[in-house]
Design a protein around this ligand. Structure first.
Ligand code: GCW
Length: 705
C-alpha cells in the first residue's frame, strides 16, 4: 500500500503535519500577554520564549516583561527551591522537585513555576492543553509532576536500509526521521519538530537506533559520534535527551579486542573509554539500551556470564556520567523445536531474570515487555514485573502497531496500556500496588535504591517516520500522544486523553473543535482496540498473523516454526496449557492471587482463557457461549464494528474542506477501506478454520466458507 496519498484531486502539503500542535491549539494562550523569566542562556528557556512568541504572534497576544501585568507568567530558576515551586522537599521526591511544575490561577492570571526550564516547558504545554479553561473558573494552586523519572521512546531505526526489515524495523510510517542514504540526515529540522511534539506530552528521552544493532549502526557509538551529537543538538532545545542502542560485541567488532567477556579487564576499560567519548561529544547523553542474547544479538552467555554481569559492565562505564543502562528482558529461545511441548516461551523472561534480582547495579533498568510473549493484542501481564522487587524495572510498550494493524487499522491502544499499568499483581494485598507503582519504584518491598531512583519508568517503541502524517495513519498519532500522557500520569482515563488529543489536533483557527468531528473520532477510536481484538486472534491465544511481516491472518502460520508461539489447535480444542497441574507451570510465576486465578478454568478470565488453558471448542465461557461460538460471534461482530467506524467517518464528508482537512480525510478513508477489507479477511479465515477443525456450525447459521 502506498504511504503517500496518490489521488490527483488532493493537494498534499509537503510540510510535516502539525499533529497535536496546529496553530489553533495555541489560540487561547496566544491571545494572552506572556512573560518568561529564567536563566537567559538556558537553551530550553529560549525555546519556552520562542513558543510564547509563536503563539502570541499568531493570536494577537504579546511577550512582555514580568512587571507588565502578564496574563501568563512562566518562571524557571535553578535557585527556585522547594518553597518557591510549592514543593516541600521533605515530603516529595527529587523527581517532583526537578521535573514538576506548579500552576497557580489567581483571578484569571496564570503563574507557572518550575526548577528547570524543561519542567517549565512542560508547564507551558500544560497551559496550552487546557485552552481557555486555563484562565477561567475558580482560583487553583496545583502541583504536577511525572509519575516516572524515565519516559523513553525507542526507535527501531536503522542507519542503512536492512534487506529484510527496511529502514525502520516494524515501521509503518515511511523512512526514518533520523537517517537516510546510510547516514544521519543533513536536515534534522524534522527531529526538532518531533521533540516539540514529545515535549507537549512529557516524553523527555529518545533512543535513536534499533535494538537490533547491525554493523553499520554499531558505529554510532564510535566513528559517528559527531553525527549523534548533531541529533542530540536537534532534540535538546525541547529538553529531550539522546540514548543509543549498543551491541554487546562492540569491544570486538569496533574495538578489535578478542573477547567481549564482561569480566575481562580490557573489555571493561574499552567500555569506560567508549562511554567517556560519548559524554564528551554529548554532555547530556542519557545512556545505553541493550538487547543481548535475544533473537541472535550477542550477549554475555557466550562467556558463561549472565545478564547481571552484562548489564553491570555497561553500568560501570556510564556511572561516572550519571548514565542509565536499559537492559531488555526480552530473552527467549527463538530456535525452539515445536515438537517439544515442555518449553514455554512465556516462561523465558522470568526464568532468566527473576533469579538475578538484587544483582543489578543501581543505574541499570531492566526493561520488560508488558506481556510475556511479544506485544500481542491480548496477553497476560508479564510476571517479571512482580518478580524482581530489588530491581529498577521499566514497562515496555509498543506504540508502533506491529501486531495491532500496522497503522492501516485504527487501533487506539491507550485502553490496553492502561489495563497493563493498572494491573495489580498482588490483587488487593500489597496495598493494591499496581504495575504503575512497581515501575515508579513504589512496588512492595522496593529497597531504597529503587525507590529513590523513582524505579525504571516506562519505554515504548515509537510509531513515527518521515511520512507527512508522522504515523502513516493520521489517527495513529493518538497512540503516540497517549503514550506520552500515560508516561506522565498513568492514571489518566484513555477516553479523556483521546478527547484532549482531538481538542488539540482538530482545533480550528479559533481554537475550537467541530463537535461532530469530536463525536466521530470517539466513535472510531474509543473501542477500536477491542474491535481489533474481536476480529483477530481470540481469547488471548495470540500469534495468528502471517509470519515475517505480521500483517493479516494465517492461523497456522507460526504453528510449526521455531519461534515458540503456538496455539495447539486440533479437532477437539485449542489453547496453551500453562497450568502447574498439567501444563508448562507458567501460572506459578505469578504471586497470589493470580497464580490460582489463572490456574483454575473456573476463574481464569475469558479474554485470557486460551493463553492459560487448552480447552475443547465446546467449553462454555463465563460469558455463557462456547469457545467456538465466541469465535464466530466476535468475528462477525468485529467486521460490523469496522463498518460502523467507516460510516462514522463518512458522515463527516460535508465538513471537508473546513473542519476536516482534505488530506487527512483522504488518508483516513484509504486506511479505513483497507481495515474493512482486512477485517473481512480475518473473519472469513478464522471462522472457516475453526469450523473446519471443529465441524461445529454457527448457531445462527451465518455464512462460513
Ligand atoms: O516483536 C519482535 C519484533 C522484532 C523486534 C523484537 C524485539 C527489534 O518482531 O522485530 O526486534 O520484537 O523487541 O526486540
Amino acid at each position: 500500500m502506498p504511504d503517500e496519498t496518490t489521488s490527483s484531486e488532493i493537494v498534499v502539503d509537503p510540510a510535516p503535519h502539525a499533529a497535536w500542535l496546529p496553530d489553533g491549539a495555541l489560540a487561547a494562550a496566544g491571545r494572552r500577554r506572556v512573560a518568561v523569566v529564567g536563566p537567559p542562556d538556558d537553551e530550553v528557556l529560549v525555546t519556552v520564549r520562542r513558543e510564547a512568541e509563536r503563539a502570541t504572534s499568531a493570536y494577537g497576544g504579546a511577550v512582555v516583561g514580568p512587571d507588565d501585568s502578564p496574563d501568563i507568567l512562566l518562571e524557571a530558576s535553578s535557585v527556585l527551591d522547594s518553597s518557591s515551586n510549592g514543593l516541600n522537599k521533605d515530603h516529595v521526591s527529587t523527581l517532583d522537585v526537578e521535573s514538576g511544575f506548579r500552576i497557580v490561577r489567581d483571578g484569571g492570571r496564570v503563574t507557572v513555576t518550575a526548577a528547570t526550564a524543561t519542567a517549565l516547558l512542560h508547564g507551558w504545554f500544560h497551559v496550552v492543553r487546557l485552552g481557555e479553561t486555563a484562565f477561567t473558573g475558580p482560583d487553583v494552586d496545583e502541583r504536577h509532576a511525572p509519575a516516572f523519572a524515565l519516559r523513553v521512546l525507542d526507535h527501531w531505526d536503522n542507519v542503512d536500509v536492512h534487506p529484510v526489515m527496511g529502514q525502520v524495523e516494524r515501521g509503518y510510517s515511511g523512512g526514518s526521521i533520523f537517517y537516510a542514504d546510510g547516514r544521519v540526515r543533513d536536515d534534522l529540522s524534522r527531529v526538532t519538530a518531533y521533540a516539540r511534539l514529545l515535549a507537549a506530552t512529557g516524553v523527555d528521552r529518545v533512543c535513536i537506533n534499533n535494538v537490533n544493532v547491525h554493523a553499520r549502526e554499531a558505529r554510532l557509538l564510535t566513528d559517528d559520534l559527531p553525527e549523534v551529537a548533531r541529533v542530540a543538538a536537534a532534540l535538546r532545545p525541547y529538553g529531550v535527551r539522546t540514548h543509543l542502542a549498543v551491541s554487546f560485541a562492540a569491544p570486538m567488532t569496533l574495538g578489535g579486542l578478542t573477547t567481549s567477556d564482561p569480566l575481562d579487564d580490557d573489555v571493561r576499560a574499552w567500555w569506560r573509554a567508549a562511554a567517556d567519548r560519548v559524554w564528551a561529544a554529548v554532555p547530556d547523553f542519557g545512556g545505553f539500551v541493550v538487547k543481548a542474547d535475544s533473537e541472535g544479538q550477542p550477549g554475555p552467555f557466550a562467556y558463561g556470564r549472565d545478564h547481571a554481569d552484562g548489564a553491570n559492565l555497561l553500568a560501570e562505564a556510564v556511572a561516572p556520567h550519571d548514565g542509565v543502562v536499559h537492559w531488555r528482558a526480552f530473552v527467549y529461545d527463538h530456535a525452539q523445536d515445536w515438537r517439544d511441548r515442555s518449553t514455554d516461551r512465556a516462561r523465558a523472561a522470568y526464568d532468566h531474570f527473576a533469579p538475578l534480582d538484587g544483582r543489578f547495579a543501581d543505574n541499570v533498568v531492566v526493561q520488560v515487555k508488558h506481556g510475556p510473549i511479544d506485544f500481542q493484542t491480548r496477553e497476560a501481564v508479564s510476571p517479571v514485573l512482580a518478580g524482581m522487587p530489588a530491581t529498577r524495572l521499566a514497562l515496555e510498550l509498543q506504540v508502533t502497531q506491529e501486531y495491532t494493524g500496522q497503522q492501516r487499522h485504527a487501533c487506539y491502544l491507550a485502553p490496553w496500556w492502561s489495563e497493563n499499568l493498572g494491573f495489580r499483581p498482588w490483587g488487593e494485598s500489597a496495598d493494591g500496588a499496581a504495575v504503575r507503582d512497581v515501575v515508579a519504584g513504589r512496588g512492595p518491598s522496593a529497597p531504597a535504591a529503587v525507590a529513590d531512583a523513582g524505579g525504571g519508568g516506562i519505554a515504548a517503541v515509537s510509531n513515527v517516520g518521515d511520512d507527512r502524517f508522522w504515523t502513516g495513519h493520521p489517527l495513529a498519532q493518538a497512540n503516540l500522544y497517549a503514550f506520552g500522557r500515560l508516561a506522565w500520569d498513568p492514571t489518566l482515563d484513555p477516553a479523556a486523553i483521546l478527547d484532549e488529543w482531538v481538542g488539540l489536533t482538530f482545533a480550528g483557527p479559533d481554537g475550537g473543535v467541530e463537535p461532530r468531528v469530536r463525536e466521530a473520532l470517539h466513535a472510531v477510536l474509543d473501542d477500536s482496540w477491542r474491535t481489533y481484538e474481536s476480529y483477530t486472534a481470540p481469547l488471548g491465544v495470540g500469534f495468528m498473523v502471517r509470519p515475517g511481516h505480521h500483517y493479516g491472518p494465517d492461523v497456522d502460520g507460526y504453528e510449526y516454526t521455531p519461534w515458540g508461539t503456538y496455539h495447539f489447535a486440533d479437532r477437539d480444542g485449542i489453547g496453551v496449557d500453562r497450568t502447574r497441574a498439567t501444563g508448562t507451570g507458567f501460572t506459578g510465576q505469578y504471586p497470589a492471587p493470580w497464580r490460582d486465578v489463572y490456574e483454575d478454568l473456573a476463574t481464569c478470565p475469558d479474554e485470557l482463557l486460551l493463553f492459560f488453558h487448552h480447552v475443547p471448542y465446546t467449553h462454555v465461557l463465563r460469558s455463557g457461549v462456547t469457545v467456538v461460538q465466541h469465535v464466530y460471534d466476535t468475528h462477525f461482530a468485529g467486521v460490523e464494528r469496522v463498518r460502523e467506524a467507516v460510516a462514522a467517518w463518512e458522515s463527516l464528508a460535508d465538513l471537508v474542506p473546513g473542519a476536516l482537512p482534505p488530506d487527512v480525510d483522504a488518508r483516513v478513508r484509504e486506511r479505513l477501506a483497507e481495515q474493512l477489507r482486512s477485517a473481512v479477511e480475518w473473519r472469513d479465515q478464522l471462522n472457516t478454520y475453526f469450523f473446519r477443525k471443529s465441524g461445529i456450525p454457527d448457531a445462527h447459521g451465518r455464512t462460513i466458507h
